[in-house]
Design a protein around this ligand. Structure first.
Ligand SMILES: [Zn+2]
Length: 390
């Protein structure tokens, strides 16, 4: 075989991997197994447990004292074209992926707003094995209200991009944008049902536009995320049939528990992104929204808005979630089974069980006594391949 063919075969077939001596959380709903082995063959988990046999020729990762969990999801990230160019050298893209994502244990990320041609380029290079990175799901370009591009986007985006942003003025044009976006490869749809058009002013998306966009997305089997900002934006999201609220509401005026009750009744999920709001006044009220929604049984999904924010370290987000009253199991669910279920991947990802994809996040300590241990990642493994190691 030529070297090129050998390399191609190596990329297609990750090595058989055995992680040994670890504490394994197979799912958030079951107690951990101590001194266990996890075997991954051809990207798929084949055995988990204290007596799992290690196949001949396997690469053995001795991991005494490690804590193995299913690969983490960060369901709110951005690949801003100003920071990510899909044509950059592979080494620098791998380093950037490591700093922002794989270093923190993320094996799948959901990009909620980027230039889809560039994001497609990034994920194709990851899929080919040229770049070490997470699996990327993307919304491509978000849909804004008419005349409703947020001031912080206007202020930061190169002016040449502005005419390409979607601000549909009719329900039909909103549906067309969803069609084009899905055609271009979008896995989910993102709406700004409430957009900060200037400081202190949220412009809601007209309900008929939001509803038509959601209906078209659902028709195409795509779920819809919304940036609501305030009570009015949240009501548009609820009435339009949005699936996931992408941030807690940072303008909490008029927000009470009945709003969260309605969201729970509509089976909506919420991504807290608490670190994003940590330095604003009224942060305690924002944290309290998460407490209420969780107490009502609402589904929470982990996300940080990293890429928009530049705090890559997830430590504070775990601290804030604990402050909101979430326990280790609740946070693990947000990172694994909840997003897998929401994004239609419950049969393939989210747990450490035979038959599922070999995506693992391996921690240096158990977060059971300290939630910040979720950020102390020793290895990130995607499809049986180590994509980060400490
Ligand atoms: Zn965002």
């Amino acid at each position: 075989m030529t070297l090129a063919i050998v390399l191609a075969v190596a990329l297609l077939h990750p090595p058989t991997l055995a992680v040994t001596g670890a504490r394994v959380y197979v799912s958030p709903d079951r107690p951990p197994i101590d001194n266990a082995t996890v075997v991954i063959v051809d990207s798929t988990i084949t055995a988990v447990g204290p007596n799992a046999a290690i196949p001949a020729g396997a690469t053995v990762l001795r991991c005494d004292g490690c804590v193995v969990m299913a690969g983490f999801w960060n369901s709110h990230v951005h690949f801003e074209p100003s920071q990510w160019s899909s044509t950059d050298p592979a080494d620098s893209l791998t380093a950037h992926m490591r700093a922002m994502l794989t270093r923190w244990g993320f094996t799948t990320v959901v990009d909620l707003g980027s230039y889809i041609v560039n994001t497609n380029g990034l994920r194709h290079r990851i899929a080919s094995g040229e770049i070490s990175g997470p699996r990327i799901l993307t919304a491509g370009g978000p849909i804004y209200p008419p005349h409703g591009i947020p001031f912080y986007v206007v202020n930061t985006l190169p002016p040449a991009y502005l005419p390409y942003l979607a601000t549909p003025s009719t329900p039909d044009s909103a549906a067309r944008f969803v069609d084009q976006s899905v055609e271009a490869g979008a896995d989910v749809v993102k709406l700004f049902t409430g957009s900060w058009v200037k400081r202190g002013t949220v412009l809601p998306m007209p309900l008929p536009i939001a509803k038509r966009a959601v209906d078209e997305a659902h028709h195409l089997d795509r779920i819809v995320f919304s940036h609501c900002s305030n009570l009015t934006g949240a009501r548009v999201a609820i009435d339009a049939g949005v699936d996931v609220i992408a941030h807690t509401l940072d303008d909490t005026r008029g927000v009470d528990s009945s709003l969260f009750r309605t969201m729970v009744d509509h089976h909506m999920a919420l991504i807290p992104t608490l670190t994003l709001f940590a330095d604003e006044s009224g942060f305690d009220s924002v944290v309290h929204e998460v407490t209420i929604f969780h107490a009502m049984g609402g589904q929470l999904i982990f996300g940080t808005d990293v890429g928009f924010i530049h705090e890559f370290d997830t430590t504070r987000e775990y601290q804030f979630l604990a402050q909101a009253g979430l326990g280790t199991v609740d946070i693990l669910r947000m990172l694994t089974t909840a997003p897998a279920e929401r994004l239609g991947a419950a049969r393939t990802r989210g747990r450490v069980e035979p038959g599922l994809v070999g995506d693992l996040t391996i921690l240096a300590a158990d977060p059971a006594t300290d939630p910040t241990a979720f950020a102390r990642v020793r290895y990130t493994i995607r499809g049986g391949r180590v994509i980060f190691q400490m």
